[in-house]
Design a protein. Structure first.
Length: 498
């Protein structure tokens, strides 16, 4: 590990909480915004092809999100370990933890790629696609290409997670700029080629498009092109990120020797990561169930659900980023037994986001139909816009509750209380969201609107349950123990991992 930067432990454990929190959250928000740009760019250009291709992406999204969520949950173990070891001053353990996380998640990503490629048709059919239809075939192709690039996706997630735990959120942001820039450049050509590509019209080069199409006959790869562009762009970020990491050009400096599995460390990663992976994948599995339920109302409703979720992921960026920042700051402070600062970190984050989401919710409700209309055109657009507008108007008022819950959940993760987070996530998404959606959509015949109300109800429930556990304070006891230091200079600390 290099020591060219300021001590992250001092920065987060002493003095003001607000400014270090915002300093972390700012680049994280930008990084999350750029991440959403992948999906928005794909949706925009695929939307030029009509409703069926957009529906195919909407069916594929929950399945891909499930695989990515499991991987992100495991990489989050690296964030927790790095943050708490940094807070406790165990610098000699950081590179080892980083290498072990990279090696374990790398093997996991290869396995997920194989499973996704083999079982994509069956999984998509289970979600609600009909084999033999254009939507099913497009969704299968898109999904297979995306999961083929899963090692690159996981690789970049590991890089971001490790640096975030250490306290560096700017470097991942710069790499995300590079990756998204590649995707933005590649997408219009990979999707539409040189036939009816509006990009040429926008820049006044219709003549060039005609010449290129005459010379090449290339009309794009359609939905497959969006997937290929995304994979190539993520590969750029992953390769550069790992080069920086192993080259010692950032705060952490693992070596190839650190990739060799150590049973005790891998067990610790699994113990922390598995509940987190279940927690994060629960939301994606619930999204799959929601998609299947929405599909009973038709492909227009599915397309609306996909577009609505992409918009939500955009406005949700500050919450995701602030939750990650809370996780890092809480981890550092609990590593040095500063429980009061850990609590105050959460209160400050809730105050900031609660105020913001009251305003965002009002704006979204007012312009709901216009927002959805930005992402779909063509003869089938009106039905999609109607479903999507209703979805946003029902769910948006509950965002303030969900934002508050995510700040408390960030504290649970920072403490290593991944089992607690998992329990709340499973309860709210399965015990509330999925059950309520099935009852309202199928039992009471509300269709897609019933799903929208179930999502809103689960958002409120998550905030209430999370607040109850946060107030009890049991999560403060779940500070990770320091690992043994090879030279025997380890300082024993009591605690448990929940």
């Amino acid at each position: 590990m290099t020591n060219t930067d300021d001590d992250r432990s001092d920065r987060f454990t002493q003095g003001s909480i607000l400014w270090p929190l915002l300093a972390l959250a700012g680049p994280l928000t930008a990084t999350q915004l750029l991440q959403v740009a992948y999906n928005l760019t794909d949706t925009f250009w695929v939307g030029r092809l009509g409703a069926d291709p957009v529906s195919a992406l909407s069916f594929s999204w929950p399945l891909v999100f499930l695989l990515v969520s499991v991987g992100a949950g495991m990489t989050n173990a690296g964030t927790i370990l790095v943050a708490q070891h940094t807070g406790a001053g165990n610098d000699d353990r950081l590179d080892h933890v980083a290498g072990q996380t990279i090696g374990f998640v790398g093997v996991l990503s290869v396995g997920f790629s194989v499973l996704g490629i083999v079982f994509a048709p069956q999984l998509l059919q289970a979600i609600g696609t009909t084999p033999g239809t254009a939507v099913h075939d497009l969704a299968v192709t898109y999904t297979r290409v995306i999961v083929l690039g899963m090692p690159f996706t996981f690789g970049f997630h590991v890089f971001m997670s490790l640096l975030r735990g250490w306290g560096d959120t700017k470097t991942p942001m710069y790499l995300m700029v590079l990756s998204v820039g590649c995707n933005i450049v590649l997408d219009p050509f990979f999707v539409l080629g040189f036939a009816d590509n509006p990009l040429f019209d926008w820049v006044g080069l219709d003549g060039l498009q005609t010449w290129l199409f005459t010379a090449t006959g290339f009309a794009g790869f359609g939905v497959t092109g969006a997937a290929v562009a995304t994979v190539l762009s993520r590969a750029v970020a992953a390769v550069v990120g790992l080069w920086l990491l192993f080259g010692g050009r950032v705060g952490l400096h693992p070596t190839l020797a650190d990739l060799r599995p150590t049973v005790s460390t891998v067990e610790q990663i699994v113990r922390i990561g598995v509940p987190g992976a279940i927690d994060q994948s629960t939301e994606s599995v619930a999204a799959i169930v929601m998609t299947a339920l929405v599909a009973t109302a038709g492909t227009d409703a599915v397309a609306a659900y996909g577009i609505g979720n992409r918009f939500i992921s955009l406005v949700w960026l500050p919450t995701v980023a602030m939750g990650m920042a809370v996780e890092t700051v809480v981890g550092h402070n609990l590593g040095t037994d500063r429980d009061d600062r850990a609590r105050r970190t959460v209160y400050i984050a809730i105050a900031i986001l609660g105020t913001a989401f009251v305003a965002v919710g009002v704006i979204t409700v007012w312009f709901a139909h216009s927002i959805v209309g930005l992402f779909i055109t063509g003869p089938d657009a009106d039905a999609v816009v109607d479903h999507g507008g209703t979805f946003l108007r029902i769910v948006a008022p509950t965002w303030v509750f969900m934002a508050s819950y995510h700040m408390m959940n960030g504290a649970f993760y920072g403490a290593g209380s991944t089992r607690m987070a998992m329990g709340i996530g499973v309860t709210t998404h399965w015990g509330v969201r999925a059950v309520a959606a099935a009852l309202l959509a199928l039992g009471f015949g509300f269709g897609a609107t019933g799903v929208w109300y179930a999502i809103a109800l689960s958002n409120v429930t998550a905030a209430i349950v999370g607040a109850a556990f946060f107030a009890r304070g049991r999560w403060l006891e779940n500070v990770l123990e320091d690992d043994a230091v090879e030279d025997g200079s380890r300082a024993e600390r009591s605690g448990s991992t929940d």
